[in-house]
Design a protein around this ligand. Structure first.
Ligand SMILES: NC(=O)c1ccc[n+]([C@@H]2O[C@H](COP(=O)([O-])OP(=O)(O)OC[C@H]3O[C@@H](n4cnc5c(N)ncnc54)[C@H](O)[C@@H]3O)[C@@H](O)[C@H]2O)c1
Length: 301
């Protein structure tokens, strides 16, 4: 039988700090397929995440289908907005949520991974993080600082992850990031430069597939996911309307699940997808193919 077998593979999923988003579902799917999984977690959310795990509040969601429990091999503090610790301003470094975390930059996490697993200890890296401080502002009313922050954390961070971590990848290594259709089409309300960040993320993914493919032999892909009420998406303010609208107007009516994305990710990151790189794969029940609405939007709750 043709199955997804990731046994013996080690994965890092950057952007997990609860069990409600795509990163968690991807981590779980990779573990279901046999991979060992570490996560990178944003310092402001890390404390709560660790408490949820320690206090057993995530027992149910950590349960794998064969009864095993998903155990993260490592949980690294990561602020993907900084390539080195020196890039982080003093007020961040001295902030109570950051100051005891050691080097939380991309370079710092890379060094810890190197110390923990050696020069060639990684097979899979997932970028599942985004932040736009002005996401509720229309693009037209977004400040330069807000726009640059969105693109820095949500798009440049993927370049940084590939540059730092590709040298640690074993042959057959694969990267994946999460994008959203707002990078290609207008999604009113997805503001603050987040649409620009997703456009950059997708374009960079193709260029990185070429450059990192030639330099290190790794694959680089993206999943364009339909809307999900994760913590990050709920911050946009109208996620239920987005879910209702796409559910009603997709070729396959109904919402996507985080597991739909997790399973596609496991495939794309597995040797079964050895010939796929530089691709955006849509996990949106076909919504991207539509050119006209078939139903009025669901009322905003
Ligand atoms: N939820 C959706 O509707 C949707 C749709 C398409 C794509 N996506 C993308 O999926 C990815 C995961 O988001 P999600 O919706 O699953 O939400 P999520 O809340 O599970 O994940 C976002 C993560 O980003 C982390 N983060 C924020 N700033 C960071 C920083 N500076 N450094 C490191 N980590 C940081 C947060 O702590 C959080 O863990 C994002 O790229 C998002 O844009 C989401």
């Amino acid at each position: 039988m043709l199955g997804i077998d990731l046994s013996g593979k080690r994965a890092l999923v950057a952007g997990v700090s609860d069990d409600g988003g795509f990163g968690f579902a991807i981590a779980k799917a990779l573990a279901e397929a046999g991979a060992t999984v570490s996560v990178g977690s944003w310092p402001p959310a890390l404390g709560i995440f660790l408490k949820l795990i320690e206090r057993g509040k995530m027992e149910e969601s950590l349960r794998l289908s064969d009864g095993r429990k998903l155990e993260f091999e490592r949980i690294y503090p990561l602020d993907a907005g900084f390539d080195t610790l020196a890039d982080a301003p003093a007020d961040i470094r001295e902030n109570k949520r950051y100051k005891d975390q050691g080097d939380f930059s991309v370079a710092g996490m890379t060094e810890r991974i190197r110390q923990d697993f050696g020069e060639r200890g990684l097979d899979i890296v997932v970028h599942s993080l985004a932040n736009g401080p002005e996401v509720k502002n229309p693009l037209l009313d977004t400040s330069r600082a807000g726009y640059l922050a969105a693109v820095s954390v949500s798009a440049y961070s993927n370049i940084s992850l590939v540059r730092h971590l590709a040298p640690l990848m074993r042959p057959g290594g694969a990267f994946l990031s999460l994008t959203y259709m707002a990078g290609e089409r207008v999604i009113p309300g997805y503001g603050g430069g987040m649409s620009s960040a997703k456009a950059a993320l997708e374009s960079d993914m193709r260029t990185l597939a070429f450059e990192a493919g030639r330099r290190w032999g790794v694959r680089v892909n993206a999943i364009s996911a339909g809307p999900l009420a994760s913590r990050a998406a709920s911050a946009i303010g109208f996620i239920d309307t987005m879910i209702g609208y796409t559910s009603a107007n997709s070729p396959l009516p109904g919402p996507i699940t985080a597991d739909d994305v997790g399973h596609t990710a496991a495939f794309l990151l597995s040797p079964l997808a050895a010939g796929i790189t530089g691709s955006v794969v849509y996990v949106d029940r076909g919504y991207h193919a539509m050119g006209m609405a078939v139903a009025p939007p669901a009322p905003t709750p």
